[in-house]
Write a protein that binds this ligand. Structure first.
Ligand SMILES: Cc1cc2nc3c(=O)[nH]c(=O)nc-3n(C[C@H](O)[C@H](O)[C@H](O)COP(=O)(O)OP(=O)(O)OC[C@H]3O[C@@H](n4cnc5c(N)ncnc54)[C@H](O)[C@@H]3O)c2cc1C
Length: 496
Protein backbone atom coordinates (compact mmCIF):
# COMPACT_ATOMS: atom_id res chain seq x y z
CA UNK A 1 0.00 0.00 0.00
CA UNK A 2 1.22 3.48 -0.88
CA UNK A 3 1.64 5.47 2.33
CA UNK A 4 2.28 8.83 0.76
CA UNK A 5 1.57 11.68 3.15
CA UNK A 6 -0.99 14.21 2.03
CA UNK A 7 -1.89 17.56 3.61
CA UNK A 8 -5.27 19.07 2.80
CA UNK A 9 -5.60 22.80 3.39
CA UNK A 10 -9.19 23.51 4.39
CA UNK A 11 -12.13 21.43 5.59
CA UNK A 12 -14.75 22.83 3.23
CA UNK A 13 -16.96 20.24 1.54
CA UNK A 14 -14.42 19.84 -1.28
CA UNK A 15 -11.53 19.25 1.14
CA UNK A 16 -13.59 16.81 3.20
CA UNK A 17 -14.60 14.84 0.12
CA UNK A 18 -10.97 14.63 -1.07
CA UNK A 19 -9.78 13.64 2.44
CA UNK A 20 -12.24 10.76 2.81
CA UNK A 21 -11.61 9.42 -0.67
CA UNK A 22 -7.83 9.63 -0.37
CA UNK A 23 -7.93 7.80 2.94
CA UNK A 24 -10.06 5.04 1.40
CA UNK A 25 -7.44 4.80 -1.36
CA UNK A 26 -4.84 4.15 1.34
CA UNK A 27 -3.04 7.47 1.89
CA UNK A 28 -2.06 9.14 5.16
CA UNK A 29 -4.23 12.24 5.21
CA UNK A 30 -4.01 15.29 7.49
CA UNK A 31 -6.61 18.06 7.17
CA UNK A 32 -5.74 21.56 8.40
CA UNK A 33 -8.63 23.94 8.99
CA UNK A 34 -8.19 27.51 10.22
CA UNK A 35 -11.64 27.66 11.85
CA UNK A 36 -12.72 25.70 14.91
CA UNK A 37 -15.35 23.91 12.80
CA UNK A 38 -15.49 22.05 9.50
CA UNK A 39 -17.67 22.96 6.53
CA UNK A 40 -16.32 26.39 5.50
CA UNK A 41 -19.17 28.15 3.71
CA UNK A 42 -21.50 25.38 4.85
CA UNK A 43 -21.16 26.49 8.46
CA UNK A 44 -23.77 27.32 11.07
CA UNK A 45 -24.62 29.94 13.69
CA UNK A 46 -26.18 28.68 16.91
CA UNK A 47 -27.16 31.41 19.37
CA UNK A 48 -30.00 32.30 21.73
CA UNK A 49 -32.05 29.26 20.75
CA UNK A 50 -31.73 29.92 16.99
CA UNK A 51 -29.69 27.85 14.53
CA UNK A 52 -28.91 29.03 11.01
CA UNK A 53 -27.08 27.32 8.16
CA UNK A 54 -24.77 30.09 6.98
CA UNK A 55 -24.32 29.06 3.36
CA UNK A 56 -26.07 26.49 1.20
CA UNK A 57 -29.69 25.62 1.83
CA UNK A 58 -30.72 23.46 -1.12
CA UNK A 59 -29.08 20.19 -2.11
CA UNK A 60 -29.07 19.02 -5.70
CA UNK A 61 -27.64 15.85 -7.29
CA UNK A 62 -28.00 13.93 -3.98
CA UNK A 63 -26.59 10.82 -5.65
CA UNK A 64 -23.12 12.44 -5.40
CA UNK A 65 -23.40 12.51 -1.61
CA UNK A 66 -24.88 9.00 -1.47
CA UNK A 67 -21.98 7.68 -3.56
CA UNK A 68 -19.38 9.40 -1.36
CA UNK A 69 -20.66 7.56 1.72
CA UNK A 70 -21.11 4.29 -0.19
CA UNK A 71 -17.54 4.44 -1.48
CA UNK A 72 -16.34 4.44 2.12
CA UNK A 73 -18.58 1.54 3.14
CA UNK A 74 -21.10 3.72 4.96
CA UNK A 75 -24.77 4.54 4.43
CA UNK A 76 -25.72 8.20 4.10
CA UNK A 77 -29.05 7.55 5.82
CA UNK A 78 -27.23 6.49 9.00
CA UNK A 79 -26.03 10.12 9.25
CA UNK A 80 -28.33 12.40 7.24
CA UNK A 81 -31.91 12.27 6.00
CA UNK A 82 -32.42 13.93 2.64
CA UNK A 83 -35.97 14.86 1.75
CA UNK A 84 -37.67 16.51 -1.19
CA UNK A 85 -40.25 19.12 -0.20
CA UNK A 86 -43.54 19.26 -2.17
CA UNK A 87 -42.75 22.90 -3.07
CA UNK A 88 -39.10 23.45 -3.92
CA UNK A 89 -39.44 27.25 -3.90
CA UNK A 90 -42.21 29.84 -3.66
CA UNK A 91 -41.72 32.80 -6.00
CA UNK A 92 -43.22 36.23 -5.31
CA UNK A 93 -43.27 38.75 -8.19
CA UNK A 94 -43.61 42.55 -7.90
CA UNK A 95 -47.05 42.41 -9.59
CA UNK A 96 -48.27 40.12 -6.74
CA UNK A 97 -48.15 36.93 -8.83
CA UNK A 98 -47.11 33.93 -6.75
CA UNK A 99 -45.68 30.86 -8.46
CA UNK A 100 -45.13 27.66 -6.52
CA UNK A 101 -42.32 25.61 -7.98
CA UNK A 102 -43.81 22.21 -7.20
CA UNK A 103 -41.35 19.35 -7.00
CA UNK A 104 -43.68 17.43 -9.30
CA UNK A 105 -42.77 18.77 -12.76
CA UNK A 106 -46.30 18.30 -14.16
CA UNK A 107 -47.77 20.34 -11.29
CA UNK A 108 -45.10 23.01 -11.75
CA UNK A 109 -45.83 23.26 -15.49
CA UNK A 110 -49.57 23.54 -14.78
CA UNK A 111 -48.88 26.24 -12.16
CA UNK A 112 -46.99 28.27 -14.78
CA UNK A 113 -49.81 27.78 -17.29
CA UNK A 114 -52.39 28.92 -14.69
CA UNK A 115 -50.46 31.96 -13.47
CA UNK A 116 -48.63 33.32 -16.55
CA UNK A 117 -48.99 33.79 -20.31
CA UNK A 118 -46.93 30.68 -21.11
CA UNK A 119 -48.28 27.17 -21.26
CA UNK A 120 -47.32 23.89 -19.58
CA UNK A 121 -45.99 22.54 -22.88
CA UNK A 122 -43.38 25.32 -23.06
CA UNK A 123 -42.16 24.41 -19.58
CA UNK A 124 -41.80 20.74 -20.53
CA UNK A 125 -40.07 21.64 -23.78
CA UNK A 126 -37.70 23.92 -21.90
CA UNK A 127 -36.83 21.32 -19.26
CA UNK A 128 -36.21 18.74 -22.01
CA UNK A 129 -33.79 21.20 -23.61
CA UNK A 130 -32.01 21.66 -20.23
CA UNK A 131 -31.82 17.89 -19.82
CA UNK A 132 -30.28 17.53 -23.27
CA UNK A 133 -27.47 19.95 -22.40
CA UNK A 134 -26.86 18.07 -19.13
CA UNK A 135 -26.72 14.69 -20.88
CA UNK A 136 -24.28 15.98 -23.47
CA UNK A 137 -22.02 17.99 -21.18
CA UNK A 138 -22.06 16.55 -17.67
CA UNK A 139 -19.71 13.64 -18.28
CA UNK A 140 -17.00 15.93 -19.64
CA UNK A 141 -17.67 19.12 -17.68
CA UNK A 142 -18.78 17.84 -14.25
CA UNK A 143 -17.64 14.30 -13.60
CA UNK A 144 -14.16 14.19 -15.13
CA UNK A 145 -10.83 15.96 -14.96
CA UNK A 146 -9.96 18.49 -17.61
CA UNK A 147 -6.24 17.86 -17.11
CA UNK A 148 -6.30 14.57 -18.89
CA UNK A 149 -6.28 14.71 -22.65
CA UNK A 150 -7.91 11.30 -22.97
CA UNK A 151 -11.13 12.72 -21.54
CA UNK A 152 -11.37 15.00 -24.56
CA UNK A 153 -11.19 12.03 -26.88
CA UNK A 154 -13.70 9.89 -25.02
CA UNK A 155 -16.99 8.86 -26.59
CA UNK A 156 -18.95 11.33 -24.45
CA UNK A 157 -16.60 14.20 -25.37
CA UNK A 158 -16.88 13.41 -29.06
CA UNK A 159 -20.66 13.24 -28.72
CA UNK A 160 -20.62 16.68 -27.10
CA UNK A 161 -18.36 18.00 -29.86
CA UNK A 162 -20.62 16.69 -32.64
CA UNK A 163 -23.59 18.29 -30.88
CA UNK A 164 -21.84 21.52 -29.95
CA UNK A 165 -24.87 23.55 -31.08
CA UNK A 166 -27.04 21.74 -28.53
CA UNK A 167 -24.68 22.83 -25.74
CA UNK A 168 -25.94 26.35 -26.48
CA UNK A 169 -22.60 28.05 -25.81
CA UNK A 170 -23.19 30.97 -28.18
CA UNK A 171 -26.29 32.43 -26.54
CA UNK A 172 -26.53 33.91 -23.07
CA UNK A 173 -28.76 32.22 -20.52
CA UNK A 174 -31.17 35.17 -20.77
CA UNK A 175 -31.35 35.02 -24.58
CA UNK A 176 -32.02 31.30 -24.50
CA UNK A 177 -34.70 31.62 -21.82
CA UNK A 178 -36.35 34.47 -23.74
CA UNK A 179 -36.62 32.18 -26.77
CA UNK A 180 -38.65 29.63 -24.78
CA UNK A 181 -40.97 31.97 -22.85
CA UNK A 182 -42.88 35.09 -23.69
CA UNK A 183 -43.82 36.00 -20.11
CA UNK A 184 -41.11 38.08 -18.37
CA UNK A 185 -41.90 36.33 -15.07
CA UNK A 186 -40.88 32.93 -16.42
CA UNK A 187 -37.76 34.38 -18.02
CA UNK A 188 -36.80 35.95 -14.68
CA UNK A 189 -37.55 32.74 -12.80
CA UNK A 190 -35.27 30.67 -15.03
CA UNK A 191 -32.61 33.41 -15.39
CA UNK A 192 -32.15 33.22 -11.61
CA UNK A 193 -30.18 29.99 -12.00
CA UNK A 194 -27.12 31.93 -13.17
CA UNK A 195 -26.80 33.06 -9.56
CA UNK A 196 -26.28 29.43 -8.49
CA UNK A 197 -22.67 29.93 -9.48
CA UNK A 198 -22.51 33.65 -8.81
CA UNK A 199 -22.96 34.76 -12.42
CA UNK A 200 -24.94 37.20 -14.53
CA UNK A 201 -27.70 35.64 -16.71
CA UNK A 202 -27.21 38.43 -19.28
CA UNK A 203 -23.61 37.29 -19.81
CA UNK A 204 -23.35 33.66 -18.71
CA UNK A 205 -23.60 31.06 -21.51
CA UNK A 206 -26.90 29.24 -21.89
CA UNK A 207 -25.00 25.99 -21.25
CA UNK A 208 -25.55 26.79 -17.57
CA UNK A 209 -29.23 25.97 -18.10
CA UNK A 210 -28.21 22.46 -17.02
CA UNK A 211 -28.80 23.76 -13.47
CA UNK A 212 -32.55 23.94 -14.11
CA UNK A 213 -32.50 20.28 -15.21
CA UNK A 214 -30.64 19.38 -12.04
CA UNK A 215 -33.14 21.19 -9.79
CA UNK A 216 -36.44 20.43 -11.57
CA UNK A 217 -35.93 17.05 -13.26
CA UNK A 218 -33.50 15.51 -10.72
CA UNK A 219 -34.95 17.36 -7.72
CA UNK A 220 -33.96 19.80 -4.94
CA UNK A 221 -33.53 18.35 -1.44
CA UNK A 222 -33.13 19.46 2.15
CA UNK A 223 -31.29 17.72 4.97
CA UNK A 224 -33.69 17.19 7.88
CA UNK A 225 -30.74 17.67 10.23
CA UNK A 226 -29.75 20.97 8.56
CA UNK A 227 -27.06 21.48 5.91
CA UNK A 228 -24.24 21.80 8.42
CA UNK A 229 -24.87 18.16 9.35
CA UNK A 230 -23.33 17.21 5.98
CA UNK A 231 -19.72 18.41 6.61
CA UNK A 232 -20.02 17.15 10.18
CA UNK A 233 -21.04 13.67 8.95
CA UNK A 234 -18.26 13.51 6.36
CA UNK A 235 -15.73 14.49 9.05
CA UNK A 236 -17.07 11.75 11.36
CA UNK A 237 -16.71 9.10 8.68
CA UNK A 238 -13.27 10.39 7.63
CA UNK A 239 -12.05 10.36 11.24
CA UNK A 240 -13.40 6.86 11.69
CA UNK A 241 -11.35 5.76 8.67
CA UNK A 242 -8.19 7.41 10.01
CA UNK A 243 -8.02 10.95 8.60
CA UNK A 244 -6.44 13.33 11.12
CA UNK A 245 -8.07 16.73 11.59
CA UNK A 246 -6.27 19.80 12.93
CA UNK A 247 -8.77 22.59 13.65
CA UNK A 248 -7.75 26.18 14.53
CA UNK A 249 -4.81 25.52 12.23
CA UNK A 250 -4.09 28.22 9.71
CA UNK A 251 -1.68 27.08 7.00
CA UNK A 252 0.66 30.01 6.37
CA UNK A 253 2.52 28.76 3.30
CA UNK A 254 2.88 25.90 0.87
CA UNK A 255 6.56 24.97 0.71
CA UNK A 256 8.15 24.03 -2.60
CA UNK A 257 11.59 23.44 -3.96
CA UNK A 258 11.95 24.55 -7.58
CA UNK A 259 8.19 24.20 -7.97
CA UNK A 260 8.10 20.73 -6.43
CA UNK A 261 5.85 20.80 -3.37
CA UNK A 262 7.49 19.48 -0.19
CA UNK A 263 5.15 20.54 2.62
CA UNK A 264 3.38 23.35 4.45
CA UNK A 265 4.22 25.93 7.08
CA UNK A 266 1.99 26.07 10.11
CA UNK A 267 2.68 27.88 13.41
CA UNK A 268 5.96 29.00 11.78
CA UNK A 269 7.07 25.37 11.52
CA UNK A 270 7.56 23.37 8.35
CA UNK A 271 5.79 20.03 8.04
CA UNK A 272 6.82 17.69 5.26
CA UNK A 273 4.28 16.19 2.89
CA UNK A 274 4.53 14.38 -0.44
CA UNK A 275 1.37 16.00 -1.77
CA UNK A 276 -0.60 19.12 -0.83
CA UNK A 277 -4.26 19.61 -1.75
CA UNK A 278 -5.54 23.17 -1.46
CA UNK A 279 -9.23 23.50 -0.68
CA UNK A 280 -8.58 27.19 -0.11
CA UNK A 281 -9.73 29.68 -2.72
CA UNK A 282 -7.52 29.40 -5.84
CA UNK A 283 -6.57 33.09 -5.91
CA UNK A 284 -5.74 32.98 -2.18
CA UNK A 285 -3.60 29.88 -2.76
CA UNK A 286 -1.49 31.59 -5.43
CA UNK A 287 -1.36 35.00 -3.81
CA UNK A 288 -0.90 34.18 -0.13
CA UNK A 289 0.06 30.52 0.25
CA UNK A 290 2.53 30.34 -2.65
CA UNK A 291 3.51 34.04 -2.79
CA UNK A 292 3.09 33.62 -6.51
CA UNK A 293 2.01 36.80 -8.24
CA UNK A 294 3.95 36.25 -11.43
CA UNK A 295 3.13 32.90 -12.97
CA UNK A 296 0.61 32.88 -15.81
CA UNK A 297 -1.91 30.98 -13.70
CA UNK A 298 -1.59 33.40 -10.77
CA UNK A 299 -2.05 36.44 -13.02
CA UNK A 300 -5.00 34.82 -14.77
CA UNK A 301 -6.97 34.31 -11.55
CA UNK A 302 -6.59 37.84 -10.36
CA UNK A 303 -7.65 39.13 -13.81
CA UNK A 304 -10.83 37.11 -14.40
CA UNK A 305 -14.08 38.65 -13.13
CA UNK A 306 -14.96 37.19 -9.74
CA UNK A 307 -18.30 35.65 -8.88
CA UNK A 308 -20.78 37.58 -6.77
CA UNK A 309 -20.89 37.47 -2.98
CA UNK A 310 -23.85 37.97 -0.63
CA UNK A 311 -25.28 39.93 2.25
CA UNK A 312 -27.13 37.61 4.61
CA UNK A 313 -29.34 38.57 7.55
CA UNK A 314 -29.90 35.75 10.02
CA UNK A 315 -33.08 36.89 11.71
CA UNK A 316 -34.90 35.29 14.62
CA UNK A 317 -38.48 36.27 13.79
CA UNK A 318 -41.41 36.23 16.20
CA UNK A 319 -44.48 34.33 14.97
CA UNK A 320 -44.99 31.55 12.43
CA UNK A 321 -45.46 32.92 8.93
CA UNK A 322 -47.93 30.78 6.98
CA UNK A 323 -47.35 32.68 3.71
CA UNK A 324 -43.80 31.46 3.41
CA UNK A 325 -42.44 28.04 2.45
CA UNK A 326 -38.99 26.72 3.40
CA UNK A 327 -37.43 28.36 0.31
CA UNK A 328 -38.83 31.65 -0.99
CA UNK A 329 -37.82 34.27 -3.53
CA UNK A 330 -39.10 37.85 -3.78
CA UNK A 331 -38.07 39.08 -7.21
CA UNK A 332 -36.86 42.58 -8.13
CA UNK A 333 -38.78 44.77 -10.61
CA UNK A 334 -35.98 44.90 -13.15
CA UNK A 335 -33.54 42.01 -13.29
CA UNK A 336 -31.27 43.65 -15.88
CA UNK A 337 -30.73 46.70 -13.67
CA UNK A 338 -30.10 44.43 -10.66
CA UNK A 339 -27.29 42.57 -12.46
CA UNK A 340 -25.83 45.76 -13.94
CA UNK A 341 -25.57 47.14 -10.43
CA UNK A 342 -23.97 43.92 -9.14
CA UNK A 343 -21.44 43.30 -11.87
CA UNK A 344 -20.91 46.61 -13.72
CA UNK A 345 -21.27 49.08 -10.86
CA UNK A 346 -20.03 46.77 -8.12
CA UNK A 347 -22.71 47.86 -5.72
CA UNK A 348 -25.53 46.29 -3.78
CA UNK A 349 -28.69 46.56 -5.88
CA UNK A 350 -31.27 49.23 -4.97
CA UNK A 351 -34.05 46.73 -5.60
CA UNK A 352 -32.50 43.32 -4.86
CA UNK A 353 -34.09 39.93 -5.35
CA UNK A 354 -34.53 38.51 -1.84
CA UNK A 355 -34.13 34.86 -0.86
CA UNK A 356 -35.67 33.63 2.41
CA UNK A 357 -34.85 30.17 3.79
CA UNK A 358 -36.59 28.98 6.97
CA UNK A 359 -35.28 25.65 8.24
CA UNK A 360 -37.37 25.82 11.44
CA UNK A 361 -40.39 24.99 9.25
CA UNK A 362 -39.12 21.40 9.05
CA UNK A 363 -36.59 21.33 11.93
CA UNK A 364 -38.50 22.81 14.81
CA UNK A 365 -35.56 23.00 17.20
CA UNK A 366 -33.86 25.54 14.90
CA UNK A 367 -35.92 28.27 16.64
CA UNK A 368 -37.57 28.70 20.05
CA UNK A 369 -41.29 27.86 20.21
CA UNK A 370 -43.37 30.55 18.47
CA UNK A 371 -40.38 31.84 16.43
CA UNK A 372 -38.80 31.14 13.04
CA UNK A 373 -35.18 31.34 11.84
CA UNK A 374 -35.09 33.43 8.65
CA UNK A 375 -31.94 33.26 6.54
CA UNK A 376 -32.47 36.29 4.29
CA UNK A 377 -29.96 36.67 1.47
CA UNK A 378 -29.40 39.09 -1.39
CA UNK A 379 -26.69 38.91 -4.01
CA UNK A 380 -23.94 41.45 -3.43
CA UNK A 381 -20.76 42.29 -5.33
CA UNK A 382 -17.47 40.84 -4.09
CA UNK A 383 -15.60 43.02 -1.63
CA UNK A 384 -13.79 45.80 -3.43
CA UNK A 385 -13.50 48.12 -0.43
CA UNK A 386 -17.10 49.27 -0.54
CA UNK A 387 -18.44 50.78 2.68
CA UNK A 388 -20.17 47.63 3.95
CA UNK A 389 -21.68 49.29 7.03
CA UNK A 390 -23.51 51.64 4.66
CA UNK A 391 -24.40 48.88 2.19
CA UNK A 392 -25.82 46.70 4.98
CA UNK A 393 -27.80 49.58 6.47
CA UNK A 394 -29.30 50.40 3.09
CA UNK A 395 -30.04 46.76 2.23
CA UNK A 396 -31.66 46.14 5.63
CA UNK A 397 -34.18 48.95 5.13
CA UNK A 398 -35.02 47.91 1.58
CA UNK A 399 -35.44 44.24 2.53
CA UNK A 400 -37.61 44.93 5.58
CA UNK A 401 -39.88 47.27 3.61
CA UNK A 402 -40.19 44.91 0.68
CA UNK A 403 -40.96 41.82 2.77
CA UNK A 404 -43.43 43.76 4.95
CA UNK A 405 -45.30 45.00 1.87
CA UNK A 406 -45.33 41.68 0.01
CA UNK A 407 -46.35 39.60 3.00
CA UNK A 408 -48.46 42.25 4.71
CA UNK A 409 -46.41 41.54 7.83
CA UNK A 410 -44.80 43.98 10.27
CA UNK A 411 -41.33 42.43 10.02
CA UNK A 412 -39.45 45.37 11.59
CA UNK A 413 -40.98 44.78 15.00
CA UNK A 414 -40.76 40.98 14.80
CA UNK A 415 -36.98 40.68 14.51
CA UNK A 416 -35.79 39.47 17.92
CA UNK A 417 -32.34 38.21 16.92
CA UNK A 418 -29.95 39.39 14.22
CA UNK A 419 -26.60 38.38 12.84
CA UNK A 420 -25.29 39.75 9.55
CA UNK A 421 -22.87 38.18 7.06
CA UNK A 422 -21.17 40.39 4.49
CA UNK A 423 -18.59 39.74 1.75
CA UNK A 424 -15.98 40.81 4.32
CA UNK A 425 -17.13 38.18 6.85
CA UNK A 426 -17.24 35.53 4.13
CA UNK A 427 -13.70 36.48 3.08
CA UNK A 428 -12.44 36.45 6.66
CA UNK A 429 -14.04 33.15 7.55
CA UNK A 430 -13.23 31.18 4.40
CA UNK A 431 -10.23 33.03 2.89
CA UNK A 432 -12.14 33.46 -0.38
CA UNK A 433 -10.71 36.59 -1.95
CA UNK A 434 -13.28 39.40 -1.91
CA UNK A 435 -15.79 37.05 -0.26
CA UNK A 436 -16.56 35.83 -3.76
CA UNK A 437 -18.61 32.67 -3.23
CA UNK A 438 -17.60 30.68 -6.30
CA UNK A 439 -14.16 32.04 -7.23
CA UNK A 440 -14.40 33.20 -10.83
CA UNK A 441 -17.77 34.03 -12.37
CA UNK A 442 -19.10 32.30 -15.48
CA UNK A 443 -19.82 35.62 -17.21
CA UNK A 444 -17.93 34.39 -20.20
CA UNK A 445 -18.40 31.66 -22.81
CA UNK A 446 -15.04 30.11 -21.95
CA UNK A 447 -15.61 30.08 -18.18
CA UNK A 448 -15.63 26.28 -17.85
CA UNK A 449 -12.18 26.14 -19.45
CA UNK A 450 -10.74 29.03 -17.41
CA UNK A 451 -11.25 27.42 -14.01
CA UNK A 452 -8.21 26.11 -12.14
CA UNK A 453 -7.70 22.47 -12.99
CA UNK A 454 -7.44 20.02 -10.11
CA UNK A 455 -3.83 19.08 -10.80
CA UNK A 456 -1.46 22.04 -10.87
CA UNK A 457 0.62 22.44 -14.00
CA UNK A 458 3.05 24.84 -12.32
CA UNK A 459 3.71 23.01 -9.05
CA UNK A 460 4.39 19.30 -8.97
CA UNK A 461 2.55 17.64 -6.10
CA UNK A 462 -0.01 20.45 -5.72
CA UNK A 463 -3.71 19.83 -6.30
CA UNK A 464 -6.81 22.02 -6.01
CA UNK A 465 -10.34 21.15 -4.97
CA UNK A 466 -13.38 23.26 -4.05
CA UNK A 467 -15.71 25.81 -5.55
CA UNK A 468 -13.09 27.96 -7.24
CA UNK A 469 -11.51 24.95 -8.99
CA UNK A 470 -12.91 22.50 -11.57
CA UNK A 471 -15.79 21.64 -11.90
CA UNK A 472 -17.12 24.63 -9.89
CA UNK A 473 -19.16 25.67 -6.86
CA UNK A 474 -22.22 24.33 -5.08
CA UNK A 475 -22.47 21.24 -2.88
CA UNK A 476 -22.46 18.48 -5.51
CA UNK A 477 -19.74 20.05 -7.64
CA UNK A 478 -17.31 20.65 -4.78
CA UNK A 479 -17.86 17.07 -3.61
CA UNK A 480 -17.06 15.97 -7.17
CA UNK A 481 -13.96 18.16 -7.23
CA UNK A 482 -12.73 16.20 -4.19
CA UNK A 483 -13.34 12.95 -6.07
CA UNK A 484 -11.65 14.08 -9.28
CA UNK A 485 -8.65 15.30 -7.23
CA UNK A 486 -8.34 12.05 -5.26
CA UNK A 487 -8.55 9.99 -8.46
CA UNK A 488 -5.86 12.12 -10.14
CA UNK A 489 -3.52 11.80 -7.14
CA UNK A 490 -3.98 8.07 -7.13
CA UNK A 491 -3.39 7.83 -10.84
CA UNK A 492 -0.18 9.86 -10.77
CA UNK A 493 1.15 8.53 -7.45
CA UNK A 494 4.28 7.10 -9.07
CA UNK A 495 5.25 10.54 -10.35
CA UNK A 496 5.02 12.09 -6.93
C1 LIG B 1 -24.48 32.46 1.36
C2 LIG B 1 -24.21 31.22 0.55
C3 LIG B 1 -25.27 30.50 -0.01
C4 LIG B 1 -25.02 29.34 -0.76
N1 LIG B 1 -26.09 28.59 -1.23
C5 LIG B 1 -25.86 27.37 -1.83
C6 LIG B 1 -26.94 26.45 -2.12
O1 LIG B 1 -28.11 26.70 -1.81
N2 LIG B 1 -26.64 25.26 -2.72
C7 LIG B 1 -25.34 24.90 -3.00
O2 LIG B 1 -25.13 23.80 -3.52
N3 LIG B 1 -24.31 25.74 -2.72
C8 LIG B 1 -24.53 26.95 -2.13
N4 LIG B 1 -23.48 27.77 -1.77
C9 LIG B 1 -22.13 27.40 -2.22
C10 LIG B 1 -21.47 26.33 -1.38
O3 LIG B 1 -21.60 26.65 -0.03
C11 LIG B 1 -20.00 26.28 -1.72
O4 LIG B 1 -19.81 26.13 -3.13
C12 LIG B 1 -19.27 25.13 -1.03
O5 LIG B 1 -19.71 24.93 0.29
C13 LIG B 1 -17.79 25.49 -1.05
O6 LIG B 1 -17.02 24.42 -0.63
P1 LIG B 1 -15.46 24.45 -0.81
O7 LIG B 1 -14.98 23.06 -0.77
O8 LIG B 1 -15.09 25.28 -1.98
O9 LIG B 1 -14.87 25.11 0.49
P2 LIG B 1 -15.17 26.40 1.37
O10 LIG B 1 -16.52 26.29 1.94
O11 LIG B 1 -14.76 27.64 0.69
O12 LIG B 1 -14.14 26.09 2.53
C14 LIG B 1 -12.75 26.26 2.41
C15 LIG B 1 -12.17 25.98 3.77
O13 LIG B 1 -10.78 26.17 3.73
C16 LIG B 1 -10.37 26.82 4.93
N5 LIG B 1 -9.11 27.50 4.64
C17 LIG B 1 -8.84 28.40 3.66
N6 LIG B 1 -7.57 28.78 3.71
C18 LIG B 1 -7.00 28.12 4.75
C19 LIG B 1 -5.68 28.09 5.30
N7 LIG B 1 -4.69 28.83 4.81
N8 LIG B 1 -5.45 27.27 6.37
C20 LIG B 1 -6.44 26.50 6.89
N9 LIG B 1 -7.70 26.50 6.42
C21 LIG B 1 -7.97 27.29 5.35
C22 LIG B 1 -11.51 27.78 5.21
O14 LIG B 1 -11.53 28.17 6.55
C23 LIG B 1 -12.72 26.93 4.83
O15 LIG B 1 -13.20 26.18 5.92
C24 LIG B 1 -23.69 28.91 -0.99
C25 LIG B 1 -22.63 29.62 -0.41
C26 LIG B 1 -22.89 30.76 0.36
C27 LIG B 1 -21.73 31.47 1.02
Amino acid sequence: MDRKKIAIIGAGLGGLSAALRLRILGYDVDVYEQNNFVGGKAGQISEQGFRFDTGPSLITMPFVLVELFKSSGEKLEDYITLEQLPITCKYFFPDSTIINAYADVDNFATEIENKTFDNAKSVKKYLNYCEKIYKLSSDLFLFKSFTEKKNFFSLSALKALFNIKSLDTNRTMHDANSSFFKDYRNIQLFDRYATYNGSNPYKAPATLNIIQHVEYNLGGFISLEGIHSIPKAIKNVAEKKGVRFFLNSNVQKIVHNNNVVTGIIINDKTKDYDIVVSNSDVENTYRNLLDDKISRAAKKYSAIEKSSSAIVFCWGVEGLNQNLEVHNILFSCNYKIEFDELFEKNKTPNDPTIYIYISSKFKEDDAPKGYENWFVMINAPYNNNQNWDEEVKKAREIIINKISTHLDFDLRNKIKFEKVLTPVNIERQTSSIGGSIYGISSNNRMAAFLRQQNQSKNYKGLYFCGGSAHPGGGIPLVLLSGKITADLINKYKKER
